[in-house]
Design a protein around this ligand. Structure first.
Ligand code: F6P
Length: 362
């Protein structure tokens, strides 16, 4: 058993349903099972760069937060302590605050720290571990693209949102005989799009892992119409690689518009022009990351939070909790980061989608 009296906990990167459930489980386990104190570190690692922001987390602080989305600790996807961007004398400067952060952790009496975050945040956690901070990681992302764990919390909740949206889009698409596109998140992986498409009864799914052409999409729509199906719903992953002829247009657009919604709108416009039909594009954006976690995500988050505290108690630092099959185990953070889990175009899920007639524009 490691000699621990006080631990810290922080959330980094984009928010995700289930973060509060992890915090709650970690605080409860630390206090009730091990009788430790817990410090909440606000806004990613910022609360250790400016330690006066850190605050004790008591049982009362985590009461009622299980169903709440977001994170009570706040988060940021900007504050890398190894290359912290700030303004100095009107100029943008980059500082390495990692040494200061570790000193502050010591001053606060923190014996170990739980870092909840995706790939980028875990990379920082590993850097801090190498410099002597005793960290354990908890993976999070709605994108479900971490190879170290079968599932990340947040993904299931995101799918509930996207599937509900698909059901709603269906009624309008069918009533108006429309081609409708639904753009979903997922960064460079197609998991949200693929599973939304299967759960929501999409006709075409476009994912980064399978190259597509506008002509193939249009041919699919025409075939459906021959069979009397006058509407088509296309799920588009935000990270799809556009066909070459659209790419230059995309580059131009990307500079002028925010990223979310860009590809969905470009593909929607291109399909509409070829088919001489109106198309409609719905960009689900951040609603996929908001709101209350699903029961599955609440349970996974609770298991991860409790397991992270157990890792600290056993002195297994530099490791991250993960789900494999029905077991919670741990992996080296060093092995876990930088290995993205992509959809296998030849895998069973894609094959199942194809079996039920879903096209991939390929
Ligand atoms: O990684 C989670 C995620 O929601 C991605 O799906 C998306 O590409 C990205 O974060 C959006 O980040 P931001 O909130 O910074 O726009």
């Amino acid at each position: 058993m490691a000699d621990i009296k006080k631990i810290g906990i922080c959330t980094g990167g984009g928010d995700c349903p289930g973060l509060n459930a992890v915090i709650r489980a970690a605080v409860k386990t630390a206090i009730l099972k091990y009788h430790w104190q817990v410090l909440g570190i606000p806004d990613g690692f910022d609360g250790l760069i400016w330690p006066e922001k850190a605050r004790p987390l008591l049982l009362a602080d985590v009461s009622g937060i299980l169903p709440r989305g977001g994170t009570i600790l706040g988060t940021t996807n900007r504050g890398d302590p190894f290359a912290y961007k700030l303004e100095e004398g009107g100029q943008e400067a980059t500082k390495d605050f990692s040494g200061r952060l570790i000193e502050n952790a010591q001053k606060l009496g923190m014996d170990a720290m739980i870092v909840i975050g995706g790939d980028g945040t875990q990379k920082i956690a590993l850097g801090l571990f190498k410099k002597g901070l005793k960290v354990v990681g908890v993976p999070k992302t709605i994108d479900n693209d971490l190879s170290a764990t079968d599932v990340t919390f947040g993904f299931d909740t995101a799918l509930h949102v996207t599937t509900d949206a698909m059901d709603r889009i269906h009624t309008t698409a069918e009533s108006h005989h429309r081609v409708m596109l639904v753009e979903v998140m997922g960064r460079d992986a197609g998991w949200i799009a693929l599973e939304t498409g299967i759960a929501g009864g999409a006709h075409i799914i476009l994912i980064p892992e399978i190259p597509f052409t506008i002509e193939k999409i249009c041919e699919f729509v025409r075939q459906r119409e021959k069979f009397g199906k006058r509407f088509t719903i296309i799920v588009v992953a935000e990270g799809v690689k556009l066909p070459e002829d659209l790419e230059s247009h995309y580059e131009r657009e990307k500079r002028q518009r925010p990223r979310v919604g860009t590809v969905g709108n470009i593909i929607g416009e291109a399909v509409g022009m070829v088919l001489h039909r109106e198309t409609r594009v719905t960009v689900l954006g951040h609603i996929q990351r908001g709101g209350s976690p699903s029961p599955f995500d609440r349970i996974l988050s609770t298991r991860f939070g409790a397991a992270a505290v157990d890792l600290i108690a056993r002195g297994e630092f530099g490791r991250m909790v993960a789900l494999r099959g029905d077991r919670i185990l741990s992996v080296d953070i060093a092995e876990a980061i930088g290995r993205m889990k992509a959809v296998d175009p030849a895998g069973e899920l894609v094959a199942t989608a194809k079996s039920v007639g879903i096209g991939f524009g390929d």
